[in-house]
Design a protein around this ligand. Sequence first.
Ligand SMILES: [Zn+2]
Ligand SMILES: [Zn+2]
Length: 244
Amino acid sequence: MRCQPTHDNPVYIWLKNAQSCLLCDEPSDSPQALCSACEAELPWLGSHCRICALPLATMGLICGACLRKPPAFERVEAAWRYDFPLDSLITRFKHQAQWPLGRLLGELLSHHLQHAFSEGLTRPDLLLPVPLSSRRLRQRGFNQAGMLARWLSQSLQLTLNEHLLQRRQDTPAQQQLSAAQRRRNLRQAFELAPDGQVKGLHLAVVDDVLTTGATAESIARLLRKAGAARVDVYCLARTPKPGD
Ligand SMILES: [Zn+2]
Ligand SMILES: [Zn+2]
């Protein structure tokens, strides 16, 4: 029909290409603020553990740790390996409050999840961001997992609950601790909101990076204990095994 807008007129194309790449500052040749050359250089997650997304040499396997002790979560969905230059992009988002960068990473993670849903991954009933301790929240001013979860909720039309998962106490910053200390520390770190109801639900916990998986495990255990039917974890990046 004549009255339908045509999508190939110059103004439309100009609008589509008006963004510049957030990484190299050149005009972007894609609808995102990321050029295809920079996109190709990101450390996309290749073959990985079917449960915890740990990078592995072969596709379709389960890693030794998950075989020895199956985690309380069903599976981890991550777009990238936590590697250069993605590590510095996440740091800029988290510690320098570069939100457009976070938004871009969130958008790409949402494409990744959209693809996973189309390949048969079950859509969750609820998205739950990993809460920050109140001390951390005061320092940083925002919860990066909460922002990611909000963007995912909008673009994937998934329900979000930012208050169901809560921090019980201020725990020391996790980065400086050994794996054993982290686990001990985390066992008591989270709780459900008093009116929180998760019975029979399929939940997806959202975080920026999955490192040892201790946080995800502690939250998944809490949720499964409260009756959740299934817990998945969605994150931007998965840390490779040290030394890999
Ligand atoms: Zn670029
Ligand atoms: Zn694994």
